[in-house]
Design a protein around this ligand. Structure first.
Ligand code: NAI
Length: 461
């Protein structure tokens, strides 16, 4: 009997789609080639990096930040092996949790590499070489992405590697060179800087975090520089290779940089190869992503794609929303993804979070806007926490006051941005947000004050 729905890939896009499909009564199977479910995000991405960010932050605070709280420790030591094991335990627990959710919802799990043999038919080959053909009325491709590289960079998976390796270095590198000042470069660069590495971040552009609001990115760069990250902006990396046992990074027109380890974090590429897509006729866009319409339908009926293999931000929560919406469409319901309110969070210290338009985008589109900024240093809770760096910025339409963008740099920004997402999803004005009661003393008051500031009415600055 064919399945109603076969999902290729067990990451946040695929496994969430599988659970929702099963809830909707579809007979669903999910193929994943790795032994653990969860995809890049759970196994070698979001979750292990957040575990390492937390552990390294505790280590760093124990060395430098606790005295001011009146907490005096003796010499603090790093047990890297235990820190890495804790990270692996966090990952293991969560990936096993997805197995449990599959069982609870009656999703069939198939382990192996999935490959199309034609429209509607997929062969799943296990690691021992056994192959089975699976047929389904609907097939959903959610195979994610893999780290990109650049010509001239010789990734050896040891001295020169990607985020996967950088989550598990067995010793703290003396000098880590990070290529790319995006999310991955800044998060993992922060981890190893806190654990004692000299970290040099090499970036092609004249700024960090392309796509984020410029004011926030520039301020974040200052704060990260104070923490010891060295930024070399406007550096175009041409090669990275091993020479005499050391990694050497060469940039156009600059002196070579010698490193103990190199982390290549220059973006990710959709996983569309080795899927047998050519046997189906499924069309790719010019950037090698699967071309889909607004209901995630590919060019071949009955075949869909979501997450990192299609257009849009490569973010786990965007992929999850697409998974739910896509199977709701398949089940004859009305799926919905609001791409204007998908937040982005970079989990450095402090965090950088954002939703909606940046100031640059509003200027470029000629949209008239008001701007309200409120600083952490004017918030009581931030002082109590000892977290006074950063600011929140609300951009609202100059005539309608509708909130168009919210950008937060500061402690717990990743949690605070949720309020902005809700407000924007309900098309709130800055006045609406300003008139909501915010518990005192909380960091959330910073957003209320930023909303008041769009009208020049902030109370505490
Ligand atoms: P990215 O696209 O965020 O940043 C890559 C950086 O590399 C850019 O700043 C780019 O200008 C730079 N670059 C490109 N070529 C270069 C060259 N030749 N020399 C020097 N610099 C060069 O990519 P990243 O950080 O690898 O992340 C990949 C994806 O994973 C992103 O789409 C991101 O959204 C996602 N991600 C999200 C996280 C989160 O939500 N917290 C965490 C980690 C990744």
């Amino acid at each position: 009997m064919p399945f109603d729905l076969l999902i290729l890939g067990g990451g946040p896009a695929g496994y969430v789609a599988a659970i929702r499909a099963a809830q909707l009564g579809l007979k669903t199977a999910c193929v994943e080639r790795e032994p653990a479910l969860g995809g890049t995000c759970l196994r070698v991405g979001c979750i292990p990096s957040k575990a390492m960010l937390e552990s390294s932050e505790i280590f760093s605070a124990s060395r430098h930040g606790l005295e001011r709280h009146g907490v005096v420790l003796g010499p603090v030591q790093l047990d890297l092996a235990r820190m890495l094991k804790r990270k692996d335990d966090v990952v293991g627990g969560l990936t096993r949790g997805i197995d449990g959710l599959f069982r609870k919802n009656g999703v069939t799990r198939l382990q192996g590499h999935a490959r199309f043999t034609g429209p509607g038919a997929v062969t799943v080959t296990s690691s021992t070489g056994e192959a089975q053909t699976v047929t389904a009325n609907h097939i959903l491709i959610a195979t994610g992405s893999r780290p990109s590289s650049l010509p001239g960079i010789e990734i050896d998976g040891s001295l020169i590697g990607t985020s996967t390796e950088a989550l598990s270095y067995d010793a703290v590198p003396g000098h880590l060179v990070v290529i790319g000042a995006g999310y991955i470069g800044l998060e993992l660069g922060s981890v190893w800087a806190r654990l004692g590495s000299k970290v040099t971040v090499v970036e092609y552009l004249d700024r960090i975090l392309p796509g984020m609001d410029r004011e926030m990115a520039d301020e974040a760069q200052k704060l990260l520089s104070k923490q010891g990250l060295e930024f070399r902006l406007g550096h175009k990396v041409q090669s990275a290779r091993i020479e005499d046992g050391k990694a050497v990074v060469r940039c156009e027109g600059r002196d070579p940089i010698v490193a103990d380890r190199v982390l290549v974090a220059v973006g990710r590429t959709p996983n569309t190869l080795d899927l047998g897509l050519d046997t189906t006729g499924i069309r790719l866009d010019p950037r090698g992503r699967i071309d889909v319409d607004d209901r995630f339908r590919t060019s071949i009926p009955g075949h869909y794609a979501i997450g990192d293999v299609i257009r849009g931000a490569m973010l786990a929560h965007k992929a999850e929303e697409e998974g739910v919406a896509c199977v709701e469409f398949i089940a004859g319901k009305h799926g919905h993804v609001d791409y204007d309110t998908i937040p982005g969070v970079c989990y450095t210290h402090p965090e950088i979070a954002s939703v909606g338009k940046t100031e640059e985008q509003l200027k470029e589109s000629g949209t008239p806007y008001k701007k309200g900024v409120f600083h952490y240093r004017a918030n009581g809770r931030a002082h109590a926490l000892g977290e006074t760096d950063g600011r929140a910025k609300i951009l609202s339409h100059a005539e309608t006051d509708r909130i168009l963008g919210v950008h937060i740099l500061g402690a717990r920004a990743g949690d605070l941005i949720a309020e902005a997402v809700v407000a924007m999803s309900f098309h709130a004005s800055a006045e609406d947000l300003a008139r909501c009661s915010h518990a005192h003393p909380t960091l959330a008051e910073i957003l209320k004050e930023a909303a008041l500031a769009t009208d020049g009415r902030a109370l505490h600055s």
